[in-house]
Design a protein around this ligand. Sequence first.
Ligand code: AP5
Ligand code: MG
Length: 190
Amino acid sequence: MKYFILFGPPGAGKGTQATSMVEKYNLRHISTGALLRKEIAAGSELGLKAKALIDAGSLVPDEIVEGMIESEFMTATDVAGFLLDGFPRNTAQAEDLDAILAKSGNEVTAVVSLMIPDETIRERIRHRAAIEGREDDASEETISNRIATYHGKTEPLINYYKKSGKYNEIDGLGTIEEVHDKIRELMDRF
Ligand code: AP5
Ligand code: MG
């Protein structure tokens, strides 16, 4: 099994690029954000707990997202691997992921990081707000907090994965097709 991490700030294009990546490489797409939004839509207890944190632009507790990840790993059998989108998001989650994979003799295959500047994050999220109606896209304050959470908690993972030689960065600017081509060139190496 291969375990790819699709990394990047909010609005970098992770969800957009994941769609074609999972098809081409026969991967299961696991977006912790999408799984949490599903729980919110279903009105589950977990969803209720997550909603206030998501709307504030904060991270939900590690054990919630890690539980989701582990159950996705267990239920998918007919794939060549997984594409983790939006996970891990802090050092504790990255360490826990390593421990979860080590139990089955596996490890992270590679990190594919899409990088865009903060101003582009704001432009893309504002644009998406009008199309998808995601609640955490609706307020400037939430967007600012998501960007701050990214820089404070998630960005340190760049060094974490550089140390293990797994970090690969792609310029997330340019058209969707241009970014797609660069990702494909990289993914073909693994
Ligand atoms: P999550 O759903 O992961 O949101 P995010 O990381 O903020 O990322 P987005 O989904 O906003 O952006 P994206 O990179 O997928 O961009 P997209 O392709 O849509 O998380 C939401 C919340 O859940 C978190 O804030 C947190 O509270 C919680 N959460 C999730 N995971 C967690 C975890 N592991 N631990 C704790 N809490 C967690 O693109 C954006 C827009 O730009 C779209 O409109 C798209 O069409 C457009 N676009 C894409 N590419 C291009 C391009 N090349 N040029 C122009 N436009 C483009
Ligand atoms: Mg997304």
